[in-house]
Ligand binder design. Sequence first.
Ligand code: CP
Length: 302
Amino acid sequence: MRHLLSIADLTRDDVERVLDGARGLDGTEPQPVLRGRLVLNVFYESSTRTSSSFDLAARRLGATTMTLKESGSSADKGESLKDTVQTLSAYGPSVLVMRHPQAGAPAFAARHTDAHVVNAGDGKHQHPTQALLDLYTMRSALGRLEGLHVAIVGDVLHSRVARSLVQALGLVGAQATLIGPPALLPRGIEALGCETSTEIAAIGDADVVYVLRMQRERMLAGASYVPSLREYTARWGITPERLRPGQKVMHPGPINRGVELDARVADGSASLVLEQVRAGLLVRMSVLQELAVGAARLQEVA
Ligand code: CP
């Protein structure tokens, strides 16, 4: 793997290699395979989980890390993305992790750096490491991926997480149903390989109920997607009463408690939310190893 920009670029073997690599790191002292390497984290949008886990993952593998956030950088003075990428690449990073509000920005960066680029979320497009950590979490909790049914509920329209996860579930032989208000289910999304429903009852058959955040920051001012947040919660919010015994609940975070997810569920025994956070560290370590070390190994063989 040269870069990790989209789940669409991966094969099932790629996914299984990353997940197996993460499992190999669980509970073991990691090898400092990135000693002497630099991992750059460039975040043009806010983040808690993704930025902290990439930073920790790189350090656990022995790398030096540097994080640049848009606010306070020379992007504030109008510096272009290309100039920023070329400037930071002059330090010789092995890996450049990028989050950006524009779809395609990490792919653009990959054309202007020798580093391996990881997409840490670009607009509504993709969040591939989120999908990989979600698969890892499901496999750990349920013992398999093949044949699982995952109901993805909420603001699908603005969700890069949903797009990546549907594709990832398809690669491993699992089934996805997207559920939400009509205005938050993009027309033609079934082409990704999923079913859709506007009825919350469609979660009934799912092994996992994957709850999406209402992304109010991406909603157009003045546009009406749901009659009100109160009505959204009443019709699509995930409460203990809506779950059947044995169903697991996931959320990529951050959670709007009391909007898309009831606090009793978020903190209850069905919730895998903190397992997702722990998986994020292991899977991102595995991705960094795969990119920086796997590529070097391939060059040695060639
Ligand atoms: N799930 C996720 O991407 O969370 P952060 O925005 O906190 O990184």
